[in-house]
Design a protein around this ligand. Structure first.
Ligand code: BMA
Length: 310
């Protein structure tokens, strides 16, 4: 039995559903708010640079795209400098009483950095700060404060060690530090080349479930798959377990071929009251797909069939 049951009508969103010209639809952050699902997805424009669009759904599967993009590169100030080449792979973090925090990659001639923004209503968006130096992408915030501090998972680039998942702390969301490496790729394993934060972590009774991506280099290029790790509820830098097996790999034709072949990449998952998790992923950097996983099964994979995190 597949760990992630694919929605039978995948892909759920393609460029043909977008009422303005784009080449792709992928790597979307998704959140459930007032019984509606809100998706903020990435699209390549025909110049190869990315923007973020918005789509809404009542059931989490059938989405309708808004007439205009949600976020395009800033046109003035410091953000314009660091978003010049596009904005990518946005994650949505619902923060109790503080609206929705958005983290996304800003590309420019200076590299890739992470930008933090906030929205309360998914109409207006306010950029707050650039929260990393170059080169960093895939920053995911925990949707809760821990003793007055915010916590994020991040993924610095390094030439010396394989790209790994780190954790950092902040009192004000702007200045981050006390960083530590908490999870590394496993040698000769499906995630041996690099790993990176994926969806906003999901709170469970046994800890935070974090669905991440891992990459394996083959003679035919890199293969992007998804895995799951369980972090301690109160001290998320402690990894309770990392499932040894992947939970999703490229299999459907729109995952194995497209803008970049053999890619499933997540930026969002939605926990439901019935113990299921709706998982969203970009297929081959071209389309959006969805599926369902069982929270208890993911927990069991982390608790009973774990590989070493470091
Ligand atoms: C990563 C990022 C993702 C992308 C993936 C596969 O490095 O650029 O946005 O989905 O590669 O191309």
């Amino acid at each position: 039995m597949a760990v992630v049951k694919r929605y039978e009508k995948n892909p759920i969103l393609t460029k043909d559903d977008v009422p303005y010209p784009v080449a792709t639809v992928h790597n979307a952050g998704v959140v459930k708010h007032n019984d509606r699902y809100i998706m903020l997805f990435r699209s390549h424009r025909h110049n190869g640079r990315s923007i973020i669009g918005k789509a809404l759904s009542d059931d989490g599967y059938r989405f309708k795209v808004s007439g205009r993009p949600f976020l395009t590169p800033a046109s003035e100030g410091i953000f314009a400098v660091y978003e010049q080449y596009g904005v990518e792979d946005l994650r949505i973090c619902p923060m109790p009483t503080e609206g929705f925090l958005l983290t996304y990659s800003g590309y420019s001639r200076h590299g890739v950095r992470i930008i933090l923004a906030r929205t309360y209503d998914f109409q207006q968006v306010q950029r707050l700060a650039i929260i990393s130096q170059a080169d960093m992408r895939n920053v995911v915030l925990f949707p809760e404060k821990f003793d007055g501090r915010y916590i994020r998972l991040d993924r610095p680039h390094s030439q010396i060690a394989p790209w790994s998942i780190w954790i950092s702390y902040s009192k004000d969301l702007i200045y981050w530090g006390q960083s530590q490496c908490i999870m590394k790729p496993a040698p000769y394993h499906w995630d041996q080349m690099k790993i990176g934060p994926g969806a906003t972590p999901i709170r469970t009774a046994k800890g935070w479930l974090h669905i991440y991506h891992g990459v394996f280099a083959t003679m035919d290029g890199a293969v992007y798959r998804l895995g799951v790790a369980l972090h301690d509820l109160h001290q998320p830098h402690r990894i309770v377990g990392v499932a040894d097996d992947w939970i999703l790999q490229p299999e459907d034709p729109w995952e194995t071929s497209g803008y970049v072949h053999n890619v499933v990449f997540t930026c969002g998952a939605v926990p439901e009251d019935d113990g299921t998790i709706k998982l969203y992923w970009g297929g081959a950097d071209s389309v959006m797909c969805a599926g369902e996983a069982c929270q208890d099964e993911l927990l069991e994979m982390c608790l009973t069939r774990s590989r070493a995190p470091l």
